[in-house]
Design a protein around this ligand. Structure first.
Ligand code: HAM
Length: 424
């Protein structure tokens, strides 16, 4: 036998019954996001590379180490999107949304690509549900968005009590700049305990050192001055208002002054949601996001405050206790023709019912009911319709109620009503 060309590492097929669970989650996401007045935006998965370099940031793991970047046939550098915010901002600017509405609320569901070390909950092609709001910098929107993500996760079936919501404020870029100097002074004094990556970041992006995974660096970072202590009164008051509104909305949360997030565009409120439930292990951050009030302007649009989040679908799925099988819709009816002539007779009947939305499987290889009905049971069909010589002669089909084991003769004209009655 020929060798199977393998799929790409860290990129998975999603097949039934798992696909039913995905559809459920996506439908819940659309319902919740639409209730919060968002509308969908669909952007390409491929963008010119500078978009990500200028938004996510040149000195981030995502851009430095994880992007799928290549030259297209015109010799232009393109990248598979590692996240959705940059593309949403580009689309916002290119379609001049501010001329259409003062506030734009967009959501997206789709694949993202990062060349990471593949493991449980960490893939190279993964899916996000994300949302972005442009045009408002009111702290009430920050609280509304965080509360909405909790609503989403609970709607998916995650245990609300196992969710950990962490918030922090990065302040204005000017405050961050002052803090950067403080941080460089601090880490320079502990240079000998930093790993190579962190030493390099001391020059390029010292805030990222706070996010290091190196145990020694973590120990040093624990003693570093905190940005939140250096915020201006205005920034601090704003952050306090976000927290007060979260309390008013019933969202339990904690402040973590060490929370920095891995992308450079953030300003002000940032947040992450972890879950202790399910099979996630170390990759237990299901959602993250925050404000990026300067990004639209820095990519050439008008000064526009914005905030957004994204949640990882695979991670959310791992945290949902229900099995994939439980999302598969039961089959309404199984058609069991006994011979070729019965199949020809049954096909148009089944076709008309399917056109009316009834979920029907028809056996294309006719046989005795004793042989066909085990399949109907396996498919969890509510009823089986048996068609043989007698049925064709009398015009009455045998309908078997597979739940109660009873059987009745039903005229073709009455079949739809009978099925609907059984399904009720
Ligand atoms: P992020 O924190 O990089 O933020 O990703 C958001 C979520 O995507 C993570 O919490 C995680 O659930 C999921 N995720 C990330 N990488 C992987 C991976 N390799 N495998 C599986 N799941 C993954 C963003 O992407 C920002 N664009 C969020 C945002 C929107 N901020 C403002 N607007």
């Amino acid at each position: 036998m020929a060798e199977v060309p393998p799929g790409v590492k860290g990129m998975h097929d999603i097949v039934s019954p798992e696909a039913w669970k995905w559809q459920f989650l996506e439908q819940q996401a659309r319902d919740v996001l639409e209730a919060f007045a968002y509308s969908e935006v669909r952007t390409p998965v491929l963008e010119y590379t500078p978009l990500f370099v200028r938004s996510v940031g040149e000195v981030t793991d995502v851009v430095e180490k994880q992007m799928y970047t290549f030259d297209d046939r015109d010799g232009k550098s393109v990248s598979l999107r590692p996240e959705g915010t940059a593309s949403a901002v580009r689309a916002y600017i290119e379609t001049a949304q501010w001329h259409r509405q003062p506030v734009t609320r967009w959501y997206y569901i789709g694949p993202m690509f990062r060349h990471e070390t593949a493991q449980r909950g960490r893939l190279r092609q993964f899916y996000q549900v994300g949302a972005e709001v442009f045009g408002t910098n009111e702290p009430s929107l920050d609280a509304e968005m965080i509360a909405m993500i909790v609503t989403l996760l609970v709607r998916f079936g995650l245990d609300g009590n196992a969710l950990q919501v962490t918030v922090n404020s990065l302040g204005e870029p000017e405050e961050r700049e002052a803090y950067r100097t403080t941080l460089v002074d601090y880490f320079s004094a502990h240079r000998n305990r930093l790993d190579d990556d962190s030493r390099r970041r001391l020059e390029t992006n010292p805030l990222r050192i706070l996010d290091s995974k190196d145990p020694d660096v973590i120990a040093v970072a624990a003693g570093a001055p905190k940005l939140i202590d250096q915020l201006t009164d205005g920034s601090r008051a704003r952050f306090e208002r976000v927290r007060a509104l979260l309390n008013a909305l019933g969202v339990k949360h904690e402040t973590d002054p060490g929370l920095v997030r891995g992308l450079d565009y953030y300003t002000g409120t940032i947040f992450e949601i972890k879950t202790k439930a399910g099979e996630l292990g170390a990759q237990n951050t299901v959602a993250g996001g925050g404000r990026y009030d300067r990004l639209v302007a820095s990519l050439g649009g008008p000064a526009t405050p914005a905030i957004g989040f994204a949640l990882g679908i695979e991670r959310a799925l791992l945290a949902i206790p229900e099995t994939a099988e439980s999302y598969e819709p039961a089959l309404a009816v199984f058609f069991a023709p006994m011979d070729e002539a019965a199949l020809d007779f049954a096909l148009p009947i089944a076709h008309r019912l399917r056109e009316k939305g009834i979920r029907i499987e028809i056996e294309h290889r006719p046989g005795k009911p004793g042989k066909l009905l085990p399949r109907a049971n396996k498919l969890r069909a509510r009823a089986a319709v048996i068609i043989g010589g007698n049925e064709m002669a009398s015009g009455k089909l045998t309908v078997k109620d597979l739940v109660h084991g009873t059987q009745s003769e039903v005229a073709v004209a009455d079949l739809e009503a009978k099925i609907r009655q059984l399904l009720d």
